[in-house]
Design a protein around this ligand. Structure first.
Ligand SMILES: [Zn+2]
Ligand SMILES: [Zn+2]
Length: 166
């Protein structure tokens, strides 16, 4: 059970720097998205009013092109905003969900560091490498060779030390 303080600090620092980058990028996206959205909306409205008034007056809508520009601007602005909020969602996942996953990964890597792999039982339970019996179902987690005394995987067909068949 060794988690050094240095390692923990490093992890924290890394998380903070990533978050700052996310917030900055998110803000840029939201500003750009809002500007495009407003510009697109204004262009659309002006173009639309122009078409209506021109039709009423029997003229050619000379500002019709504003609609052609306005709609793509609206679409781009919307998608930028959506992307900005998606980053917010990603941040939520990172802050709320990832720590839970991280704890599990840390426990696993600690087990690996302490001595080889974890011991997985037939029932699916992952046990500490030092465990002799499954903490879930109580089955033995190793098969002791009657000839040489070597601890083998419970599913082993032959002893990995002397080759005795079980
Ligand atoms: Zn089990
Ligand atoms: Zn053996």
């Amino acid at each position: 059970m060794k988690i050094t303080i240095n390692e923990h600090d490093d992890n924290k620092r890394e998380t903070v720097s990533i978050d700052t980058g996310h917030i900055a990028a998110k803000r840029k996206l939201k500003i750009a998205g809002t500007i495009l959205l407003i510009a697109g909306a204004v262009a659309c409205i002006v173009g639309f009013i122009n078409i209506i008034s021109s039709t009423r007056n029997g003229e050619f809508p000379n500002l019709f092109f504003l609609l052609m520009i306005g709609f793509p601007l609206l679409a781009i602005g919307l998608s930028l905003l959506m992307f900005g909020f998606r980053r917010e969602f990603t941040k939520y996942v990172k802050d709320e969900v990832m720590p839970l996953v991280e704890v599990d990964a840390r426990r696993l890597s600690r087990a690996v560091r302490e001595g080889g792999e974890t011991k997985k039982c037939e029932c699916g339970e992952v046990n500490d490498p030092v465990s002799k019996f499954c903490k879930n179902c109580g089955k033995p987690l190793s098969k002791k060779c009657p000839d040489c005394g070597n601890d083998n995987d419970p599913t082993a067909q032959y002893c990995s030390n002397c080759g005795r068949r079980f």
